[in-house]
Design a protein around this ligand. Structure first.
Ligand SMILES: Cc1ncc(COP(=O)(O)O)c(C=O)c1O
Length: 425
């Protein structure tokens, strides 16, 4: 496949197909079918004039000529492995551009630092991943940015509107959602959030931006840009990487925004390395197959959990009550349930610990989205920095266990889950 072709004879190619060819020309790499790993820190210029022209664009001193590609300079600015991955994920997300980072937190922090300034207010859904929460609570205020958090759920955007009225609509610069939320699977209405951003922007010059952490369902089951969201953020450590063998992050969105974030990535040095980019390319080829199969396993395990006498609550989209606002939102916004289940066992943290220690196949570890099933205790692990009272307000109780369902045979997973729960008697 030749470079940069999204369609053939007017037929739009699907992201599964683009993930195998977009952005890479084998003729430039000895005919290698797969992109090699460009394990280099720096790139040789054809001439001094070419080097000068590349830098002019990289530092925004000149707008590129129509069709001009940014030349390769230095792997803190750009690298073929990252660029190919970024282009392919942007195609998945139906956005213009992507930028890959050293971690999900690098993607989130760099993007927010690039776009928020002292005096701005960020309104976010809650709960969010513990690291994001830490950044909101302990770091952004140091840069003069105020963060207001409101509970996720079908009426989250109404709460965001009220919060904007409280702080002064003109101070709001960004609406941020983690949807579905880690670990509660609570969702935010992304179309309504985009509409609120437009409403708050009014005739202001600086628009109110929207950002979504799409780690749990994207890019296969949720595409926030389809609902008008400006920035789509990921921990690529999870489903995008998919094999628990790398740490990375990525943002996709309109080119102008991603370019602005890219300047911060260059200066903060938060980019992913070339080998990680190469691993992500390998993984993106199978993301659709993996996520669909993992969701199939998860759906069956969620049903098993819902029927178990020692399980008091299961948070998983297929178990939402048909006709409820939550279910309607899920159906409108997502094309599948994903493979993250949160369930509460009777007996609080002590019981949760007993169950976690009893698993034989499922591994007791944080992270998610890999090929293996992982279980963890959000309150004492991934979300340990969030005050317990705040967590409980968002349904994250001491007895709650998070399970990221993998690709093991379903019968083995069912057996393991049953025997772990049976320890509770
Ligand atoms: C929803 C979500 N966002 C962001 C992150 C942070 O990603 P990383 O660990 O790659 O920095 C995580 C990590 O667990 C996460 O679950």
């Amino acid at each position: 496949m030749t470079k940069n072709r999204h369609s053939r004879d007017g037929h739009e190619l699907n992201p599964e197909t683009l993930a195998l060819g977009l952005g890479y020309d084998p003729a430039l790499s000895q005919g290698s079918v797969k992109p090699p790993v460009f394990l280099t820190s720096t790139f040789q210029f054809e001439s001094a004039a070419a080097g000068k022209r590349f830098f002019e664009v990289a530092y925004g001193l000149r707008t590129p000529d129509p069709g001009e590609q940014q030349g390769l300079i230095y792997s803190r600015l750009n690298n073929p492995n990252l660029q190919i991955f970024e282009e392919r994920l942007a195609a998945w997300d139906r956005t213009e551009k992507g930028a890959a980072f050293a971690s999900g937190m690098a993607a989130i922090t760099t993007s927010l630092l690039a776009l928020l300034s002292a005096g701005d207010v960020l309104i976010s859904s809650a709960p969010v991943y513990g690291g994001t929460h830490f950044f909101f609570e302990n770091m952004l205020p140091g840069f003069g940015v105020e963060v207001v958090q409101v509970p996720a759920g079908p009426d989250c955007v109404d709460r965001m509107r009220e919060a904007a009225a409280r702080v002064g609509a003109e101070r709001v610069r960004m609406l941020y959602a983690e949807s579905p939320a880690n670990p509660s699977n609570a969702m935010v209405d992304l179309a309504a959030m985009s509409a609120l951003a437009r409403e708050l922007t009014g005739d202001r010059e600086r628009p109110v931006l929207t950002a979504v952490d799409n780690t749990f369902l994207g890019p296969v089951f949720q595409r926030p840009a389809d609902f008008g969201v400006d920035l789509v953020l990921y921990s690529a450590t999870k489903f995008l990487g998919g094999h628990s063998d790398l740490v990375a992050g990525v943002v996709t969105g309109r080119a102008a925004l991603v370019d602005a974030i890219g300047v911060y990535r260059t200066i903060l040095g938060t980019m992913a390395n070339p080998f990680t980019g190469w691993l992500l390319l390998r993984s993106l080829e199978t993301v659709s197959v993996r996520m669909r199969r993992q969701a199939k396993n998860a759906r069956a395990l969620a049903t098993l959990l819902a029927d178990h006498p020692k399980v008091t609550r299961v948070l998983y989209p297929t178990l939402l009550t048909p006709g409820s606002p939550e279910h309607a939102l899920w159906k409108r916004q997502c094309t599948g349930p994903g493979s993250l289940i949160a369930f509460e066992v009777e007996g609080g943290e002590a019981a949760a610990q007993v169950v976690l220690d009893a698993f034989e196949i499922c591994r007791l570890a944080v992270s998610l989205g890999g090929t293996e099933t992982l279980v963890e205790h959000p309150m004492s692990m991934t979300h340990a920095d969030v005050p317990p009272a705040d967590l409980e307000a968002h349904g994250v109780t001491p007895g709650l266990i998070r399970m990221s369902v993998g690709l093991e045979h379903l019968s083995d997973l069912k057996r393991d889950l049953r025997q772990a729960l049976d320890v509770l008697g």
